[in-house]
Design a protein around this ligand. Structure first.
Ligand SMILES: [Zn+2]
Length: 407
């Protein structure tokens, strides 16, 4: 459908601060071009559902759906060793199978864009075009796994496509040298993108980096002139002084708790200092779900639990998963507003009850899960509905069979 109007929505969550009733949303050429009375083109019937912006999963490792449930009870550094052992033997084909499983799961639970760190960006690119979902992925600098020159060469050959854009991944400062981060930074300039890195995740990491360089991780990247293109993921162990340097930071609350990394992601401090705070599930081996609705709820809860403070609210985590996510990936979207990309989700109204303008954002963050998603629209295309759901079920069965992980 090139031009269509979404009608019969019970409520439209226009943004984390505004819910409208009785409005139609007009879409043309993949862009929202009106919210109000105007109706033109084909009709997409919302059937009383709740319309909201699509969600951005700002940090994941898509092939890790194949490692879901494997080594659930190790802390991060022991867990990583176990993962690397498996990952060393994982073929490109297996990675692509894992990525496809994750892409299907993410779309089905309302994710319209995702940021991926792994070793199969070309596979992810193909999947993003096949499923029409926005993907941001790249090669990953991890010196312990591969020579950085080889990684740089492949990264430089990655090109964007309609739904795919390259990013440059660095696993972490404890698995890649500062020189590798520099190379990643240079390539990110050439490709007009950013550097996605696990940063200040554990005490052990902070201790190692401080011992090696005399500086805390974020301070080190700042003093090396590398911080401005960084998307820092986790940021659980950070000094107050370092906070001011971060332009983009991603909170993965479930993964942090599950891997017992402790620390605390300073959501309120970063938000108020102007950091673009986003939210991610992390991979399916450390979450183990890729459902961004669950992640939003967990994010509020862990903040309140860690800080004994009610400041972080449902609207903040919805903002982190919509507007801020789109800001991170450089796409004008995240609200249901004229001129923004038509990336939207329709929820089953029965799952968001009691349905009222005042409570719907609360219900979406604290009670809805990905199971409530009925339709997903990306770039003005309906990429998920009842019919697609059936196809996805069959495809998932095939993929698990092919992956050899079927029990
Ligand atoms: Zn991660």
């Amino acid at each position: 459908m090139k031009e269509f109007t979404i009608i019969n929505c019970s409520l439209v969550i226009v943004s984390p601060w505004e819910v409208r009733k009785g409005v139609k949303v007009h879409v043309s050429e993949g862009v929202i071009d009106g919210v109000g009375d105007y109706e033109s083109g084909d009709i997409l019937d919302c059937e009383g559902g709740v319309l909201m912006p699509g969600l951005v999963n700002s940090h994941t490792h898509t092939p890790m759906s194949l490692l879901r449930g494997y080594k659930d009870d190790l802390d991060l550094h022991d867990w990583l060793k176990a993962m690397w052992e498996k990952e060393e033997k994982m073929s490109k084909q297996e990675m692509n199978i894992g990525s496809e499983i994750s892409v299907i799961e993410m779309i089905s639970s309302g994710t319209t864009s995702f940021v991926d760190m792994y070793f199969n960006p070309e596979g992810v690119k193909e999947l993003s075009e096949k499923y029409k979902v926005r993907a941001f992925a790249g090669e990953t600098f991890m010196d312990s796994r591969e020579n950085p020159e080889a990684v740089a060469k492949r990264q430089r050959s990655l090109s964007p496509s309609r739904y795919f854009r390259p990013i440059v991944n660095v696993h972490s400062l404890y698995t890649a040298s500062l020189d590798s981060v520099r190379t990643a930074y240079e390539i990110s300039k050439e490709q007009d993108t950013w550097v996605h890195i696990h940063l200040s995740e554990t005490r052990e990491e902070v201790f190692q980096i401080k011992k090696r360089t005399g500086k805390f991780p974020i301070q080190l990247l700042h003093d090396s002139g590398l911080i401005d293109r960084i998307q820092a993921v986790h940021v659980g162990w950070v000094t107050n002084q370092e906070l001011q340097y971060l332009k983009n930071a991603t909170h993965c609350p479930t993964s942090n708790m599950k891997l017992a990394t402790a620390g605390a992601f300073p959501f309120k401090e970063m938000y108020t200092k102007g950091t673009n705070v986003t939210l991610g599930t992390d991979g399916a081996a450390s979450n183990n779900s890729l459902d961004m609705f669950r992640e939003m709820k967990t994010a509020v809860l862990v903040q309140r639990h860690s800080y004994w403070d009610l400041w972080v609210k449902a609207s903040h985590v919805l903002q982190a998963s919509t507007i801020n996510g789109y800001k991170l990936v450089g796409v004008y979207g995240g609200e249901i507003k004229e001129g923004m990309v038509a990336d939207m989700v329709i929820l089953d109204p029965r799952k968001a009850r009691p349905l009222s303008q005042e409570r719907v954002i609360s219900n979406v963050v604290y009670n809805v899960t990905g199971d409530a998603v009925r339709k997903v629209i990306v770039d003005g295309n309906v990429v998920y509905d009842d019919e697609v759901k059936e196809r996805f079920k069959t495809r998932l069965d095939q993929l698990y069979e092919e992956g050899g992980f079927n029990g």
